[in-house]
Ligand binder design. Sequence first.
Ligand code: MN
Length: 281
Amino acid sequence: MSLSLRLIPAQLLSEGAGVTVHRTIGTPALRSLDPFLMLDHFNSTRPGDYIAGFPDHPHRGFVTFTYLLEGHMLHRDSMGHSGDLVSGGAQWMKAARGVIHSEMPQQTEGRMSGFQLWINLPAREKMTDPEYREILPSRIPLLREGKAEIRLLAGSWAGHEGALTDPLTHILYADILLSPEGTLTLPGGLLSGRSAFLYPIDGAIRAGGTEVPPDTLAVLATPSLPAPDGLVLSGGDRPSRLILVTGRPIGEPVAAYGPFVMNTREEIEQAIDDYRNNRFP
Ligand code: MN
């Protein structure tokens, strides 16, 4: 029997100064998946799809998590951090009360692919100090489970700790590679009390027997629709790869306007006013 999963096909959009992205979370089909606010997948070998990058822009009220599968990107921000993001690396940025940053490609040809995820912060964290952390590819633990390889960027998996532990958002972020005909049974309790999704990177993916097409997000669990214990992921006759992400729902009101995500309309107006009047950190 196959499980009926909610599938969200990506919308093609232009972001930043003209970067082509496939968006799933943050579209009319899935406004948010508490605590996740937005998921963009970028994947192109055409420089015209990515070369313009993301020049200086602000964020307030949440965390951005960027995972670069292939390419080279430079991050600079108003806290004075600069970070070289290379293939297989990730960055976690807590914008909180405000960050202005740029994310610019450092390549003029070749493939640029990866994901940017926006993760909401609880009200008590929204106006705290910003923070920035890099996850180097060499620091990402690799777990092996039968025919599956799990690169654990964040969170814990059956007692193993990932490269990053985030006590603010409690996210788990895993890059999973399945050998041909490989299957992976998710550890018991991995999805309990969580929102969770997967997104294919390569090859055919099934979750609980349901096929997940390319450029499509599959919702695995929400607080009101928990996943069955022991959900099985399976691949096809070629290697397949996906990301699996979970987070703890916050359950607070969301007021969002572009790069500002707060709890009330008044806080959004304050964010716009602070940004216009150079009151961002
Ligand atoms: Mn940004």
